[in-house]
Design a protein around this ligand. Structure first.
Ligand code: HEM
Length: 594
């Protein structure tokens, strides 16, 4: 008899653990190395679970397009079960009727292009506020933790979009908890592969998951309680309001029996985790790559200057014209995909793929990270950051071109990609358009460390510190400071802050004056302590700088109006009683005769 098809080739498994010991700290790298030896469709055994690893564009197309219906299931993992209320969400729930209904609801009502476009004003306000904060740091040459600033910004945008207001709960580091949850969700848990070890929780993953789940659960409970108190939540102004109104008004599609409060909380997890973590991780990779490659940074800025110019801030309708930025973002996804192993799949029946037997209930791992670095697709310079490789090549990231699938492909492709791409492009473009970024402490671009940490999402291993400018004052920052000052006037922030900003702006513009002021501070105070109020009277040059600022930028320029209390003759002129007197101190301060 002719022998039946074989399993794909792979390394020999050990008893009990199978090949689990071969995954190491960075499974995407270890699996890519194994695939070099065993090929792009490789078979492993993780504990007792048959596992197929897919590592080339052609193989991914077979699994995620040609046989997608067979591989549209997700394995049921212990961490996910704990974290998302028995997998009642979209991302971690098994294939079936419930998944189909909630996914459809997400795609149509929560994450559609129209819904995302509806939040444009909100994004603009949050980004302007973040740019203003960064510009204040730029003026005093503060070195900023870029990841932290980007994380705060994305968190603010997502909170406003999902719950209609900023995060109020200060009990937890929400972003930290979400990142921990995704690290746990991506971990290879011994207990999933050798169930009799589950009660021992040898890696401590379940203990950590319970802590993360407790934190998210308390935050979600508070959000729901506050929403339920607000009578107009049914107006669907924010996304959680919409979910709650679906819960309170069941439909045929989502009957009350299948859509209770745990389902709402599970979906909240997907939306917060998907919305914040992967987007923030991708933006920090793009910015790191740009700092590491000043040539590319310059080209992105040139494109922004030619499309947007320097007289205004970028708006969302500019994004589609930024073709070079688009290539930079693709190149970042290629080398640093936020989800390096995509989302795991599970086969729902025996199937033959490319002549190999793939048994029912096999775990399928697609190594997006390895596909992005495959020299057969990307040529010998596959490891190099070179956005121009996309020029004239029709390769998109949306799951149609299997050489580049950061959002997955097929039935379970990421439904949040439109939102993610909008946020990523917008934030990167604004930050690069508004600021010249430099490395602090004499670091050079080659020193930028691009080491990654493994999890369901793949963040940078180390923090990213940049100064938004660090040498001679630059036009880009000055223009930005001016725009911000304008904002401050409009916002009516108090006058002393306005004066401070004018003074700092003039100091940035006049390095000679800044140098003299620094020398005075060094001479009177030294470098080892902060300025005390008792020092102020000794700082005579600072006093002159402040007076010069008042001369040029008196706030407000006309002072408050006075009124005469009787008729009076001044300089031969009659000034009647009850005359309004406006004194133009701005003109006096600018009078060349004085
Ligand atoms: C850079 C940003 C993002 C990346 C790289 C990313 C990547 C992915 C990947 C690789 C998958 C698995 C696809 C598969 O199995 O084939 C996925 C699924 C998913 N993503 Fe995203 N994602 C991002 C942003 C978002 C956002 C903003 C949201 C929503 C707010 C979101 C919500 C989801 C959901 C709900 C699923 C599960 C879909 C399903 O199983 O049917 N993601 N994402």
């Amino acid at each position: 008899r002719k022998p039946g098809p074989n399993l794909p080739p792979g390394p020999q498994p050990l008893p009990i653990i199978g090949n689990l010991h071969m995954l190491g700290q960075k499974p995407h790298r270890a699996l890519a190395e194994l695939a070099q030896k065993y090929g792009p469709i490789m078979s492993l055994r993780l504990g007792h679970v048959p596992t197929i690893v897919v590592s080339s564009a052609q193989a991914a197309e077979l699994f995620l397009k040609q046989h997608d219906a067979v591989f549209a299931n997700r394995p049921m993992l212990l961490v996910w079960d704990h974290m998302v209320y028995g997998a009642k969400d979209v991302a971690f729930t098994p294939h079936g009727d419930y998944w189909r209904r909630v996914r459809k609801m997400c795609v149509i009502h929560l994450l559609s292009a129209a819904k995302v476009a509806g939040f444009e004003g909100l994004r603009r306000a949050e980004i302007e506020a973040a740019v203003r904060r960064l510009a204040e740091a730029a003026v005093v040459r503060e070195v900023v933790d870029v990841g932290e600033r980007v994380g705060e910004l994305i968190e603010d945008i997502v909170f406003k979009m999902l719950i209609g207001k900023a995060k109020e709960d200060k009990r937890y580091d929400f972003r930290g908890v979400i990142q921990e949850a995704l690290t746990l969700a991506g971990a290879f848990n011994l207990a999933d592969f050798t169930p009799w070890l589950a009660p021992l929780d040898l890696q401590g993953l379940i203990r950590r998951t319970k802590a993360a789940r407790k934190a998210t659960d308390e935050i979600f409970d508070d959000i729901i309680e506050n929403h339920n108190k607000e009578e107009d939540f049914g107006q669907n102004r924010d996304i959680i309001g919409l979910l709650l109104s679906l819960m309170h008004n069941p439909t045929n599609e989502l009957p009350s029996s299948s859509f209770g409060v745990d389902n709402v909380k599970a979906l909240m997890f997907d939306l917060f985790a998907g919305g914040i973590d992967t987007t923030y991780v991708t933006i920090t990779w793009v910015l790191s790559a740009l700092i590491k490659h000043p040539r590319v940074m310059r080209l992105v800025q040139d494109e922004l200057d030619s499309i947007v110019g320097r007289e205004r801030m970028l708006v969302e309708s500019d994004l589609s014209k930024l073709t070079y930025l688009d290539m930079v973002i693709k190149e970042t996804f290629r080398l640093y995909p936020a989800a390096p192993l995509l989302g795991p799949r599970e086969s729902m029946e025996d199937v033959i793929v490319h002549g190999f037997m793939i048994p029912n209930k096999s775990r399928v791992i697609t190594n997006g990270w390895a596909i992005g670095r495959d020299p057969n697709v990307w040529s010998e310079n596959a490891e190099e950051f070179y956005p121009e490789r996309f020029m004239g090549r029709d390769i998109d990231v949306r799951g149609l071109h299997f050489e580049l699938i950061p959002f997955g492909a097929g039935r379970r492709v990421c439904p949040g990609m439109h939102l993610a791409l909008t946020n990523i492009k917008l934030v990167v473009a604004q930050l690069v358009h508004c600021f010249d970024w430099e490395l602090p402490n004499g670091m050079c671009p080659d020193d930028v460390d691009m080491t990654e940490k493994f999890g369901l999402s793949m963040p940078r291993a180390n923090k990213l510190y940049y100064a938004s400018h660090n040498g001679e004052p630059q036009q880009r920052v000055q223009e930005n400071v001016k725009a911000i000052m304008l904002d401050l006037f409009v916002a009516g922030i108090d006058t002393s802050l306005q004066t401070i900003i004018w003074a700092l702006s003039e100091l940035t513009k006049h390095p000679r004056v800044m140098k003299l002021l620094r020398e005075e501070l060094d001479a009177r105070i030294g470098k080892h302590r902060m300025v005390l109020e008792s020092d102020l009277s000794k700082l005579t040059y600072l006093d002159m700088v402040v007076r010069e600022t008042f001369r040029l930028y008196l706030v407000p320029p006309l002072l408050a109006p006075h009124e005469s209390m009787e008729d009076v003759i001044i300089d031969g002129y009659m000034i009647p009683k009850k005359s309004r007197v406006v004194i133009n101190f701005w003109a006096i301060g600018h009078d060349p005769r004085v």
